[in-house]
Design a protein around this ligand. Sequence first.
Ligand SMILES: [Zn+2]
Ligand SMILES: [Zn+2]
Length: 421
Amino acid sequence: MPPLYRAPRGTRDLLPDDRPYWDRVENAARCISTRYGFQKIDTPTFENTGLFIRGVGEGTDIVEKEMYTFQDKGDNSITLRSEGTAPVMRAYLQNGMQGLPQPVKLFYLASIFRYDRPQAGRYREHKQFGVEAIGETDPLLDAEIITLASDFYKTLGLSRIYLQLNNIGCPKCRPIFLKKLIEYYQNHKDELCGDCKRRLVTNPLRLFDCKVESCQELIAQAPKITDSLCEECRTHFDTLQSALQAYKVPFTLNPTLVRGLDYYTKTVFEFWTEGIGAQNALGGGGRYDGLAESLGGRNAPGIGFGLGLDRVILTMQEQEIEVDQPPPPGAFLITLGDAAREYRPLLLRSLRDAGIRVANIYGKRSMKAQMRQANTSGTPFTLILGDRELEKGQIACRNMETGEQTEIRLDQVIPYLKPNT
Ligand SMILES: [Zn+2]
Ligand SMILES: [Zn+2]
């Protein structure tokens, strides 16, 4: 026998039992995005690899270690969508959206593919709800985006979600800060872990991401970017904070929050929770004023976020948030005898055409076996059609709650069920 196949490591099936959670979360995402004036965009599942290298940046974990990249049969280097923002920006530039009233506000529900170490709520294919607002620098837009994300969690009934906020500067002030940071770390080089020694050379801002305890102490003493912001970044940050206060969105200033992607400028934020393992970020985002240009386009500042839905659902389950279950079918059809079996498709057709959701049984089963299945199906009515009833042009209809059974004319089944189903 051939081996039984399993889904690749780090992937999973979303089964019908999970569906009520997914419906709830995806509907909330659609509903809130629309309320804030965002329109849905779907970009391809795969892109040219260069888009992610140029967009996300070499030296980032995504580009260095986590992309699903392959040569297609035309010898093009292709990468499965490894994050949501660069593809949306590419679509914005490619489809002439710079000619539309700005900002252009887009949202997506999409799979993200990353070759990452699988852990609780973290999959190699995971679903993200993301929004991008492109073509505007106003910090009030930043506040609106963050409020939207916060509303999303709130609508789902989640509690204990903590917004972390920072400003990581712009091309004017960040280099000055990086110089200070490198100077500081040069003096502590011997105390750094192996990864951090490498980060110091390739991507010093990522030194703040280290989880090693000895490095944590160095982080605590390190210079803070918020002390080095230029006038423009400072004003932007201050305006954003007052707007969030006005929106009544609580936040914590976190001067070591940097996010793992090169394209961020000024605002960065994450939503943290507790209880889903070492990685406690549910999602986050930031401003990316230089991204369009790094993709070869004209300047188009923007801001957005990506929220991992698998982790949102895991957190909902941990917080014991209930979701609506789909209702059972309106009726369950049982047939007895060959003539009745033969008549069944005609009856099913007319019931379904009338919009009645009806379950039925395949194969030849005894009355008892069929009744047992009808009993466990949770349908309010069971229709029982035998050869004898069919001859008289009738059908038995049992109310499963009261146990009461009535014979009705076949042509009366639809009006009989309609008011009830
Ligand atoms: Zn600046
Ligand atoms: Zn370290």
